[in-house]
Design a protein around this ligand. Sequence first.
Ligand SMILES: [Zn+2]
Length: 195
Amino acid sequence: MRTGGMRYGAGRPGWHVKAENCLRLDIQDLARRKLLGGAFFTWRWSNSYTGEEVGSIGIATTADCVRLNFNSNGEPIHQELRTVRTPCHFGGSRPWWQCPRCWRRVGVLYLRNSSFMCRRCGRVAYASQTEDEMGRAWRKQRKAERQLGENWQRPKGMHRRTFDKLLNVILVCEEQRDAALVRYMVKRFPAFVRR
Ligand SMILES: [Zn+2]
């Protein structure tokens, strides 16, 4: 690295993301602190209510690239982001991220599924993740339902315990779907969540 012998990519244990819920990376925040174009630093997020640190990542910047280094769910993540500049009306230029998924120019990237991406791509990821989760629960439930009679009756010859177990599977599946939906709504519409 250009940063004078500093080792990059060694997976420093200090760089760790606890919750992905609201970790955002505004390129203007980096620009204001003059961290673009050749710097090596640690970026931290903290919970605005408790002050507790919720994540930190190692960042190295070059002229048109920003490299991120962090651990998410115990996995070391390295992500390389492209940056572009557009001229401003009154001289100078404004930096932008290029979303690594859709290549659109955006000011803010969000951490979703262990990688930073634009708001639009992040929502797509949420939606498909929720669909997966709900689909799994549905399939499991249908399998249990097929073993029961009409209206979830206990078929002749089925042990009471087997029957209770199957009913419980169905119940748990319904709860899982509800929970997945609530999680999706909370993430999709954070403005509606009041704590
Ligand atoms: Zn995108």
